[in-house]
Design a protein around this ligand. Structure first.
Ligand code: RIB
Ligand code: CA
Length: 315
């Protein structure tokens, strides 16, 4: 059975890789991309998703513009580090044409609400940026919380340090209040955080196979991803780039790729640890655990799947 999915992206290099992974997965039907902010402004996220979909020949996938900033801020400006990791344009400073189409008129929030009512538990929502859109959808129509399927999110760090500071992972840092509401909403959330994504590294041996294929998509993805690999190997001192967002999509296809710790979670909202994802003392004794935090990953099997699925779309 194919599962309907929505990708909620701050497109970003690894977000673009997640699009390719989803399109290369016959088990998934990507019914839409909702745009959020983080690596880039929400408008640039829309632009990048549309442009990437056009290069991949998938102009049938609609893109919806989401909320532009968290409710605790008046506006959003990408952190300076984002341009170093993803390039100022979010896709490694590689120039690709704007898509010939524009975003849908309906908002991301309305599309999420309509899709949840239409598909119920058959829909998997996969956010790989801020949690702002889904919480805005809960607030606009709380009934979706009763019928929604699982959420597989990329974000957080439970057993390792963050990547914004020692406590905080980037996606959670964009809107800690929204992430906290999501964790404590009672909805099943699979948290694919830095605990596992930092174990999944792609090197230039992988991207060169895309470039060598000679396709436009293969060249673009290789050049874009090499920008990210160059940053990670230089600044983070790891042997490749972490495949954060594609791993969340992979877990939606096959949860057996990771080991999940059942836990009730919350997010620190005050003080220097603001943005930290941690077990919720208030839910410790509750036998019902709503979050599965991924703490182990079969990195070798995931990387094989990644190269096969992404390769099928790019080459
Ligand atoms: O911390 C990694 C996450 O932050 C990824 O989703 C990346 O794309 C950025 O959004
Ligand atoms: Ca992302």
């Amino acid at each position: 059975m194919t599962r309907k999915i929505i990708l909620d992206l701050d497109t970003g290099i690894d977000d673009a890789l997640a699009i390719a992974y989803a399109l290369g997965s016959p088990e998934l039907d990507l019914i839409g991309i909702t745009a959020t902010y983080g690596n880039v402004l929400v408008e640039q996220s829309v632009r990048n998703s549309l442009a990437v979909l056009e290069i991949l020949g998938r102009t049938d996938v609609p893109v919806f513009i989401g909320v532009s900033h968290s409710r605790t801020a008046d506006s959003f400006t990408p952190a300076r580090i984002s341009a170093l990791v993803h390039g100022g344009n979010g896709i490694g400073e590689v120039e690709i044409p704007d898509a010939r189409r524009v975003a849908e008129r309906r908002s991301a929030v309305d599309f999420i609400i309509e899709s949840v009512h239409r598909y119920g538990e058959d829909l998997i929502y996969i956010p790989t940026g801020a949690s702002t859109n889904i919480v805005a959808a809960f607030e606009k129509d709380p009934t979706i919380m009763d019928v929604m399927g699982p959420i597989v999110m990329m974000g957080g760090a439970l057993t390792v340090e963050g990547n914004v500071n020692r406590w905080t992972e980037a996606n959670i840092s964009q809107d800690p209040e929204a992430a906290d509401l999501l964790f404590r909403s009672g909805i099943e959330v699979i948290m694919v955080g830095l605990d596992v994504t930092h174990q999944t590294l792609l090197t230039k041996a992988g991207t060169s196979t895309w470039r060598d294929s000679g396709t436009e998509a293969g060249r673009f993805y290789a050049d874009m991803t090499d920008y990210y690999i160059d940053f990670e190997t230089r600044a983070v001192d790891i042997a490749g780039c972490a495949l954060h967002d594609p791993l969340a999509v992979a877990v939606a296809v096959d949860p057996s790729l990771v080991t999940l710790l059942p836990i009730n979670m919350r997010v620190d909202l005050e003080g220097p640890t603001r943005g930290r994802t941690i077990g919720d003392l208030a839910g410790l004794a509750n036998p019902v655990k709503t979050v599965g935090a991924a703490v182990e990953v079969d990195a070798e099997r995931f990387l094989e799947e990644f190269m096969t699925r992404v390769g099928s779309v790019l080459t």
